[in-house]
Design a protein around this ligand. Structure first.
Ligand SMILES: NC(=O)c1ccc[n+]([C@@H]2O[C@H](COP(=O)([O-])OP(=O)(O)OC[C@H]3O[C@@H](n4cnc5c(N)ncnc54)[C@H](OP(=O)(O)O)[C@@H]3O)[C@@H](O)[C@H]2O)c1
Length: 232
């Protein structure tokens, strides 16, 4: 299975990439990134040789029609969208959290539908890494990062609408809304008692399994991510 990944240089994305490399069903990982990965993905002796890195030209995550991207993403069956910046100003937040993933979901699923050879049974899986604090209710008063959280809420709703609209064309959208990311340290276990949170390696496993197999629900809250993580 070929999978597309964004945000691979970030905390979640780095773990997702590791799990993709280890996953037996994933044969090819196309990383869309604005800066090179720290590993050397092209070395044949490196297990990351199933990774192909595509540098986004002019930081463009809106169009996907250069010959290099067309060739690399052909036949992809899923995308994990782990790109994001919770501290971006509202304008940038709209571009990176709304415009980018919507454009990608539209293009990759349309391409999948044109090229599919599976007899029309499967859907393209678009897995959007959002956050537990992201708010879909646009009328709700929020006390911090109001605009940013609501813009991301709009993105969640627009992606789910896109999946409904494109049902016949077979797009499935899954939105993961984790709490705070943890590493396996003492301070984290204290934090885990106070706020919704998840170990980032557990989150990554759930993101990858969702991309590979899909999920029963279109939205996975922190408690569901923890439950799914325990099963893996
Ligand atoms: N950290 C948490 O506790 C937490 C909790 C819940 C949800 N989340 C959400 O999960 C997602 C990933 O979080 P993270 O902690 O892994 O983030 P991170 O470590 O800051 O990584 C963010 C990733 O997005 C890329 N990125 C950011 N702004 C970009 C832009 N303008 N153009 C292109 N690429 C851009 C970064 O690329 P560069 O490396 O090139 O900058 C990096 O690959 C975010 O959406 C975040 O809001 C995080």
């Amino acid at each position: 299975m070929k999978i597309i990944l964004t945000g691979a240089t970030g905390r979640a994305g780095t773990e997702v990439l590791k799990h993709c490399i280890q996953h037996p069903s994933i044969t090819s990982i196309i990383v869309l990134t604005r800066r090179p990965l720290p590993l050397s993905p092209t070395s044949p002796s490196n297990p990351t040789s199933k990774v192909q890195t595509i540098l986004a030209t002019n930081n463009d995550y809106l169009t996907y029609d250069t010959p290099e991207i067309l060739q690399a993403t052909a036949g992809a069956e899923a995308c994990i969208w782990a790109l994001g910046d919770p501290w971006a100003d509202p304008t940038t937040a709209r571009t990176i959290s709304f415009d980018y993933p919507l454009a990608a979901a539209r293009v990759f699923s349309q391409r999948y539908n044109k090229n599919t050879v599976d007899g029309g049974k499967k859907k393209f899986h678009f897995v959007y890494l959002s956050g537990g604090a992201v708010e879909r209710d646009q009328s709700k008063k929020l006390w911090f990062l109001q605009e940013e959280r609501k813009v991301r809420g709009q993105a969640e709703l627009a992606l789910l609408d896109l999946a409904k609209e494109h049902n016949a064309q077979r797009l499935a959208v899954y939105i993961l809304k984790p709490g705070m990311f943890l590493r396996d340290r003492l301070v984290d276990s204290l934090v885990a008692k106070l706020v919704p949170s998840v170990r980032v390696d557990v989150l990554a496993k759930v993101l990858v399994e969702t991309a590979v197999r899909g999920a029963e629900e279109d939205t996975l809250l922190n408690r569901t991510i923890l439950e799914e993580g325990r099963k893996l």
